[in-house]
Design a protein around this ligand. Structure first.
Ligand code: SF4
Length: 412
């Protein structure tokens, strides 16, 4: 796929440091049209809005709902001449955000129901999710926390931190603290240094994980100072959120390089988004591109059933098909786990293709559609079989398998 960089990239490109990028975010319809004057004439605009008035109305409504904001850097990746521009589709509000007739729940994962203290979700015994900030550099229209993200007034103040640290120290079963939000890296370096330093002193924690989209939306954030803070807090895992190959710019690659030099492990989670990355080609390009800049693809999320995002939701079948087709096309380390967060706080489950056909042993179908027999134990192995390949159709007819057994793609 050809990368289509907007003509306005040279205008809105960086030469800003990260604080200026944040201060100069585009937050209104008028500012957006100033930056991208040809937007109203574009096909993508006509696909999304009936007319200019409807666009203005929707943008105005967002100021009291899930806000609109984009950094000049990220907007510079947009190309209105592409009617499926993945950047514009991720940042432009659409009508179903307000009138979602499919999903009604603002918090289907019950994060608030598992809240021992303001700003925390404690669902799994060993992990704690700490919402450090409700601000982000860019507000992604598919956000699953739009019930509180983008509203700075909804965050508990830093004075709550003492209670959080008491909670973490008390709960010795905790192995990992996940810093999330919003974007935790929208906090100042000083606050981050203090929080990470204090977490490092908690001896029963084995891992600090930071979820941030800033390598995508504000790669200038990864200054030497910030990377030094991560270095002091080693080991840190950064989970970022690239959804499309167009986001893998030189600036993003430099940010990831700086992060890796700090000793951080860098992983990516993306969301399967209808019309944006729900094709084999889009995923292949994204996943290989991630690998090239030093990021291990970690999770591909099935879009959650959150109010206001139903227009982004691709089917589970389409996701499974993509994952299946990726086997044999991409190296194993460039294939993420496709996961679903169960509604009601049930936690994550991997969505796996069933590679098993059937057999006296187990028969798996590989990426090319060839069946292979794997004997369940040595008692039923066929001594005449030279290799595991099931060339004979007879060998895949019997049905003595336990229900629920599933084939797992190889890890190599
Ligand atoms: S960066 Fe993350 S938390 Fe912020 S709007 Fe995007 S998806 Fe939501």
């Amino acid at each position: 796929m050809q990368k289509q960089i907007s003509k306005n990239r040279s205008i809105v490109k960086q030469n800003y440091d990260w604080k200026s990028q944040l201060q100069n975010r585009i937050t209104t319809a008028d500012q957006l049209l100033q930056y991208v004057p040809n937007l109203p004439e574009s096909q993508i605009f006509r696909n999304l809005y009936q007319n200019l008035e409807q666009f203005h109305e929707l943008m105005a409504q967002m100021s009291s709902a899930f806000r609109f904001a984009v950094t000049p850097y990220y907007l510079g990746l947009a190309n209105p001449e592409n009617e499926r521009c993945p950047v514009l589709l991720q940042i432009l509000p659409q009508k179903p955000e307000i009138n979602d007739e499919v999903f009604s729940r603002p918090d289907p994962l019950a994060e608030e129901a598992h809240r021992p203290l303001p700003g925390l979700t404690h669902r799994y015994p060993d992990r704690l999710l700490w919402y450090l900030s409700h601000n982000c550099a860019v507000y992604c229209r598919f956000c699953m926390r739009k019930r509180k993200v983008s509203r700075p007034e909804s965050i508990t103040g830093r004075e709550n931190d003492e209670e959080v640290f008491k909670y973490i120290r008390k709960h010795q079963e905790l192995k990992e603290v996940i810093l999330s939000g919003g974007d935790p890296l929208s906090l100042s370096d000083e606050v981050l240094r203090s929080i990470l330093g204090r977490l490092k002193e908690v001896k029963h924690l084995a891992s600090i994980r930071i979820h941030t989209r800033m390598p995508v939306t504000l790669p200038q954030r990864f200054t030497q100072t910030l990377c030094d803070i991560f270095k002091e807090a080693f080991p840190i895992t950064i989970v970022t959120h690239f959804n499309h190959a167009i986001e893998l710019t030189d600036e993003a690659a430099l940010a990831v390089r700086n992060l890796r030099m700090s000793g951080a492990l860098v992983l990516n989670q993306s969301v399967l988004l209808k019309g944006i990355n729900d094709s084999l080609e889009a995923q292949e390009e994204l996943l290989l591109g991630l690998l090239k800049i030093g990021i291990k693809p970690y999770y591909l999320h099935q879009c959650d059933e959150v109010h206001g995002v139903s227009h982004f939701r691709a089917s589970i079948e389409s996701g499974l098909k993509i994952l299946r087709d990726l086997q044999g096309r991409n190296p194993g380390i460039a294939i993420p786990r496709y996961v679903l967060d169960l509604p009601g706080g049930g936690g994550k489950v991997p969505l796996e293709n069933d590679y098993r056909l059937d057999a006296k042993g187990l028969v798996y179908e590989n990426w090319a559609g060839d069946p292979f027999v794997i004997y369940r134990d040595s008692s039923n192995a066929d001594p005449d079989a030279s290799v595991g390949r099931a060339d004979n159709a007879d060998r895949i007819q019997s049905t003595n398998l336990e229900p629920g057994l599933r084939g797992q793609p190889g890890d190599y």
